[in-house]
Design a protein around this ligand. Structure first.
Ligand code: SF4
Length: 388
C-alpha cells in the first residue's frame, strides 16, 4: 500500500491490514521506493530522529501481536516475561525482520535490556544500538550525558547507513518529527473534545500507521484525517468518559480497544504508542540539536512509566489528566507481566481512591482471541457508573 493512493480516515480498515501485517508492507514499499535503510525502534521511547538523520526510516517495532506462533523465543526467556519481548525476538527467528538493517533498544526495563543482548547474540549481522537513557533527571550533568549518548548512537547508525549524521541532518529530522508529533497532538485533542467524531480505534490505527511510515507521508495523512473527522456530523452518545493508562509499551489488540469502546466508553486520553508522541511541544531546531533532543526528553516530555522523574509524580499526572478531560473513570489496561506498568498501578490505585475516581483494572496479552470476558467486565463497570 502506498499512502499517496489511500484516502484518509475512511481508509482506516485498509490501514489496519498494513498495521497488523508483520511482513511490514509499508516498510518494504518505502525501501523499494527510496533504496534506503531501516531501523526498527523498540518502545517505549527511541530517539527516532537519529535514525532519520542517518538517512534511515525509523520504524516502531511493537512485537508480533497475534500474528505469528511462538516456536523459538520461548526457549530464550523465562516464562514470566511480557509478550512483546518474546514476540519481537520470534519475528527475527522467522525472518520477518528482514527489512530492518538496524535495531534500537533503550534502557526501559530488564526484559527490554535482555532482549537487546539476546537479539545481538543471535543475529550478529543486524546492528543493535542500545541507548542508555538517564535515571537521574535532576543532575546538572544529565543533559550533557544524554546528548553524548545520542551522539554515540547517531555515530553507530551513521556507520550502518554510510551517512555521517551532521547538525543540519539532525535539525531537519527533528523538524520532520515535530510536524508529525504536532499532528498527533492535534488528533488527540480532537478526540478529547469531540470523541463522537473519531473513535479511538480509528485514532490508534492512524497513529500506529505513523510508526510504520515516513513522517513526510504520515503527517499530511493525519492532517487530512483530522479535517475529515472534524466535518463529521456525529451526535454524542450516552457513554462513560474514561482516561486509559497502562498500555505505553506492549500494545493491546485493536479488537480489545474496540471492545472497550463498544462497551460504552469514550476514551478521552490514553498512553498507546506514547514514545512516538512523547513531547508536549516542538523540539528546538536551532542550537545544538543533540542537546535539544536531550533537553526535550528531560524537561519537555509527558510522564512515562519507564522514566523515573521525581519532579513529575505519575499518579498526580494521571489525576490531572482525569480532571482535565472531565473523565468519569480511569481504566488501567496493562500488559501481563509488565513490571513498570504494574508498579505504577499500585500508585495509581491509591491516588484514584483518595480522589474518589472510579477505576477498572484490566490485563491483556498480545495473543488474545476472545474478548467476551473483558467486554462483560467493562459493560458491568459502565452500567455501575451510569445507574448509580
Ligand atoms: S511491556 Fe513492560 S516489561 Fe515488557 S518490555 Fe515493555 S516496559 Fe518492559
Amino acid at each position: 500500500m502506498t499512502l499517496a493512493t489511500a484516502a484518509p480516515i475512511e481508509a482506516v480498515e485498509r490501514y489496519r491490514e498494513s498495521v497488523e501485517d508483520r511482513a511490514f508492507p509499508t516498510v518494504r514499499e518505502w525501501r523499494a521506493r527510496t533504496g534506503r535503510m531501516v531501523t526498527g525502534c523498540f518502545p517505549v521511547y527511541a530517539p527516532v530522529e537519529l535514525a532519520y538523520a542517518a538517512g534511515m526510516l525509523p520504524v516502531g517495532l511493537f512485537g508480533a501481536g497475534n500474528q505469528i506462533e511462538m516456536a523459538h523465543a520461548d526457549s530464550r526467556f523465562q516464562s514470566f516475561i511480557c509478550s512483546i519481548v518474546k514476540s519481537t525476538l520470534e519475528l527475527a527467528f522467522v525472518d520477518r525482520l528482514a527489512p530492518f538493517d538496524a535495531l534500537m533498544f533503550e534502557s526501559i526495563c530488564d526484559p527490554a535490556r535482555n532482549l537487546a543482548s539476546v537479539m545481538a547474540r543471535n543475529f550478529p549481522d543486524r546492528h543493535v544500538t542500545y541507548v542508555h537513557l538517564p535515571q537521574n533527571m535532576t543532575s546538572p550533568a544529565t543533559v550533557d550525558y544524554l546528548a553524548g549518548e545520542y551522539r554515540r548512537a547517531a555515530d553507530e547508525l551513521g556507520t550502518v547507513s554510510g551517512h555521517v549524521v551532521g547538525t543540519e541532518d539532525l535539525r531537519s529530522a527533528i523538524g520532520a518529527f515535530n510536524g508529525l508529533r504536532a499532528r498527533l497532538r492535534e488528533i488527540y485533542q480532537l478526540r478529547a473534545s469531540s470523541p463522537e467524531k473519531i473513535s479511538t480505534a480509528e485514532l490508534y490505527t492512524l497513529a500506529r500507521l505513523a510508526t510504520l511510515t515516513d513522517p513526510a507521508d504520515s503527517e499530511p495523512l493525519i492532517a487530512e484525517s483530522i479535517a475529515t473527522a472534524r466535518a463529521r456530523e456525529s451526535r454524542p452518545k450516552d457513554r462513560v468518559r474514561v482516561v486509559l493508562v497502562g498500555s505505553f509499551c506492549e500494545q493491546p489488540p485493536l479488537e480489545l480497544i474496540t471492545a472497550i469502546e463498544e462497551s460504552g466508553c469514550y476514551i478521552l486520553d490514553d498512553d498507546f504508542l506514547l514514545g512516538w508522541r512523547l513531547f508536549k511541544r516542538d523540539i528546538a531546531v536551532d542550537g545544538d540539536p543533540f542537546r535539544a533532543l536531550a533537553l526535550a526528553y528531560l524537561d519537555g516530555s509527558v510522564h512515562l512509566s519507564t522514566k523515573h522523574d521525581l519532579r513529575q509524580p505519575r499518579a498526580a499526572a494521571l489525576i490531572a489528566s482525569a480532571r482535565a478531560h472531565r473523565a468519569d473513570a480511569v481504566i488501567f489496561l496493562g500488559a501481563k507481566f509488565c513490571e513498570p506498568g504494574l508498579f505504577d498501578y499500585a500508585l495509581y490505585r491509591k491516588a484514584l481512591e483518595q480522589e474518589a475516581i472510579p477505576h477498572l483494572f484490566l490485563e491483556f496479552e498480545e495473543k488474545m482471541w476472545m474478548y467476551d470476558k473483558i467486554r462483560t467486565e467493562v459493560e458491568t463497570f459502565v452500567e455501575s457508573m451510569l445507574f448509580t
